[in-house]
Design a protein. Structure first.
Length: 105
């Protein structure tokens, strides 16, 4: 088995393919010391995301240990996640910076 996808953070619920993966093929990735896999149910283009779980519409897509956005529709495990079935959600970065605003350095 050849690793063909990357998990950036162990809390991610998607992996990114480092080559094109045809539907029905295995997507192999490392999570810590383990090599895990999921079967692609769609053709996954190079550098695109694959769902590691079944997503309901409105669920957070986690990559880098952070939310990239939310799904617009349900996406099955092994499905292709792209801008057609997910959307970005604006973040309030000011509230995330602890100790910067208000002189609390």
């Amino acid at each position: 088995m050849k690793i063909n996808a990357l998990m950036i953070d162990e809390t991610d619920n998607v992996v990114t393919c480092v080559e094109e993966v045809p539907a029905g093929s295995g997507v192999f990735y490392r999570k810590g010391d383990e090599v895990l896999s999921v079967t692609a149910i769609d053709d996954i283009p190079y550098c695109h995301k694959v769902a590691l779980k079944d997503f309901a519409a409105g669920e957070d897509v986690i990559k880098y240990g952070e939310s990239l956005g939310k799904t617009n529709v349900a996406v099955k495990k092994g499905g292709w996640l792209w801008d057609g079935n997910m959307r970005s959600v604006p973040r309030d970065y000011d509230s995330e910076f602890v100790g910067i605003a208000g002189g609390n350095e």
